[in-house]
Design a protein around this ligand. Structure first.
Ligand code: MG
Length: 217
């Protein structure tokens, strides 16, 4: 498989870190509890797809959800970096969708088991174009909008994150060594809903700064 990152020929995708429960209204719609530390899980990089690709609903799931998220591309090896210096580790940013088999996740949660299967199927990590991060964009003031078949399902701002990007990078780097090519999905705002075969999804970051169009089969 080719793990090259479009627009970054010197990099290959590495670990795909994801953050759960990072927006209060999404925690409420999931009937979950707020946590004192970020909730971290991973997806295999084999789940990554790009603009124009197709999400495949697994046979064993009847309830696959979209979760639009700000995605961060790490550009240097960092370990235990402070929030104040975390921005220096960012190479790029863009829009992504944390595709989730909600029924499989709920079943795992109810049994106290890990969610990896629910989050990691092939095609479950669509990533849009990743813009170079030069420090001039405020990552905590970006609009996230996701439409399914032309209808807005999620429309929110990264301003509502519980743990902002610099704290997420610091927390992840405290627990893991981050490497160039690693991605961080930073959590989804409210409005997650079920996808069906034939759906067309459009996800945008801040009025087309980063865009992603994917089909569901
Ligand atoms: Mg998510």
């Amino acid at each position: 498989m080719n793990f090259s990152i479009p627009s970054y020929p010197d990099l290959q995708y590495g670990s795909v870190y994801c953050i759960g429960r990072n927006y209060v209204e999404h925690i409420h719609e999931m009937k979950s509890e707020k946590t004192t530390d970020p909730v971290v899980f991973l997806k295999p990089r084999s789940s990554i797809i790009h603009d124009g690709d197709t999400i495949t609903i697994p046979e064993r799931s009847n309830n696959v959800h979209h979760e639009i998220e700000l995605v961060i591309l790490i550009g240097k090896k960092v370990k235990d970096i402070s929030p104040e210096h975390a921005a220096s580790a960012i190479r790029g940013f863009g829009v992504g969708i944390d595709v989730t088999a909600r029924d499989i996740q709920s079943d795992a949660k109810s049994k106290g088991l890990p969610w990896s299967l629910a989050k990691g199927f092939d095609t479950f990590a669509p990533v849009g174009n990743l813009l170079p991060f030069e420090g001039t964009v405020d990552l905590q003031n970006l609009k996230l909008q996701l439409k399914v078949n032309g209808k807005v399902r999620q429309d929110d701002s990264t301003a509502k994150m519980i743990f902002p990007v610099d704290e997420l990078i610091s927390y992840l780097s405290y627990n893991f060594t981050l490497y160039p090519g690693d991605l961080i999905f930073t959590g989804t705002p409210k409005g997650v809903s079920k996808l069906s075969s034939g759906d067309q999804i459009e996800a945008t970051l801040d009025n087309n700064l980063s865009t992603l169009a994917v089909h569901v089969e």
